[in-house]
Design a protein around this ligand. Structure first.
Ligand SMILES: *Cc1c(COP(=O)(O)O)cnc(C)c1O
Length: 409
């Protein structure tokens, strides 16, 4: 960073402090990971110079001979990785990918059926604070409050009554697998498009460890920076018949120029995702989530959805008389980074849940006994959240684990 140290020493210091924070804390945020350094190199490369509009071979500026090849590589590799008919790799992030999917085939005011936010859905699934709810007429389905699993019977009934033009599956906070076949049957029965937002779980799907929606969905979106490990960005996959509509909805529909550096990251992760190391990390991610869930359940924590099939463990911390916010802050104070989350039973503004993800710790190589140790530390901190002495002891333990498993060697 010699140039940055010269031009802006203040930011240079903050970046090195952030690097230290990453090394010296344990990241259990379900929507984060640690990127391969090759992808960080791409993101800081000269690829940031090129302004591109349009698609390979059909640009609005000259000088695209190299970046066209990069974008085509990203497209071809994503198609191959997921077995998809078409891929658009230009979305800046998951939300912009979702906007483009909606606008590809829907008109303003059209009806969309998606998952309720507090039951696991995402802001871009028609939450009142999101522009999606201003553009389209959203109705929300919920999980069964007993099982906290999607109630497919109720979903089918709701679809029958509401007659949406699109049904959205996929969630930000839902630890179990989703039955895409069932969803697609329901969508077909009411003549609705079927859109799967697999933002969180794309890496697990890429590694073929959980079911893929590709055979069932008309449209799929995902982010490349959660379990996918490919740097910040979004991707849309779709059936061939919607390829043109999707491309137009991305550019010029909802975006202008896009970031070639990020597209390079998408190309590289789609290559790495076919290799052993990536698949191993994803397998560890699921195994460790199951282990963490089991250890916490044994300590008396109530798990939302009764457990996990993915990288997520969603804990109802009110089962230990804490709020999500208290739990998040307590853990942060000892160097464990998490986030509070709404869970299905929440009706007010206070979140009762703590959402945990095992992606980043799996990249670092933590597994097995270390996960059990982590569960013990977590529990110890939460039950002693007012005891500074115990907390500072636990903070030392966390730091010890971090030193044992560096993010970047
Ligand atoms: C993270 C996420 C997105 C995308 O969010 P961005 O912050 O815009 O990248 C979209 N849908 C779901 C379900 C998500 O979890």
């Amino acid at each position: 960073m010699k140039y940055l140290k010269h031009d802006d020493p203040q930011i240079a210091v903050l970046i090195s402090q952030e690097a230290e924070r990453i090394e010296n804390t344990i990241d259990l945020v379900a929507s984060e990971t640690h990127m391969p350094q090759s992808i960080l190199e791409e993101m800081g490369s000269v690829l940031n110079h090129k302004t591109i509009e349009g698609y390979p071979g059909k640009r609005y500026h000259a000088g695209c001979e190299h970046v066209d090849i990069i974008e085509n590589l990203a497209i071809d590799r994503m198609k191959e990785l997921f077995g998809a008919e078409h891929a658009n790799v230009q979305p800046h992030t998951g939300s912009s990918a979702n906007f483009a999917v909606y606008f590809s085939v829907l008109d303003i005011g059209d009806k969309v059926l998606a998952m309720e936010l507090s039951h696991g859905g995402h802001l871009t699934h028609g939450h009142f604070a999101s522009m999606t709810s201003k553009a389209f007429n959203f109705e929300h389905y919920e999980v069964n409050l007993e099982t906290e699993l999607i109630d497919y019977e109720a979903l089918a009934k709701k679809a029958e009554e509401f007659k949406p033009k699109m049904i959205v599956a996929g969630a930000s906070s839902y630890p179990r697998v989703i039955d895409y076949e069932r969803f697609s049957q329901i969508a077909k029965s009411v003549d609705a498009y079927f859109f799967v937002d697999m933002a969180h779980i794309a890496g697990l799907v890429a590694a073929k460890l959980i079911p893929s929606p590709v055979d069932y969905a008309d449209f799929i979106s995902f982010t490349t920076f959660k379990t996918m490990m490919g740097g910040r960005g979004g991707v849309i996959l779709c059936k061939k018949e919607y390829a043109n509509a999707v491309d137009k909805a991305v550019f010029p529909g909802t975006q202008g120029t896009t970031a070639v550096s990020n597209i390079a990251g998408k190309a590289t992760i789609a290559k790495l995702a076919q290799e052993e190391n990536f698949i191993e990390v994803q397998a560890k991610t699921i195994a460790s989530a199951k282990l963490l869930a089991k250890a916490l359940a044994e300590k008396g924590y109530r798990l939302v959805g009764g457990g996990t099939d993915t990288h997520q463990v969603v804990v109802d911390v009110t089962s230990k008389d804490l709020s999500g916010s208290q739990a998040e802050k307590t853990l942060e104070s000892i160097g464990i980074i998490t986030n509070r989350n709404y869970i299905p039973k929440d009706t007010g503004r206070k979140a009762s849940g703590l959402r945990l993800g095992t992606g980043p710790i799996s990249v670092r190589g933590m597994e097995g006994d270390t996960i059990v140790k982590l569960a013990n530390i977590l529990d110890n901190a939460l039950i002693n959240y007012e005891n500074q002495e115990i907390l500072s002891e636990l903070k030392k333990n966390v730091l010890g684990i971090c030193k044992e498993f560096p993010v970047y060697k």
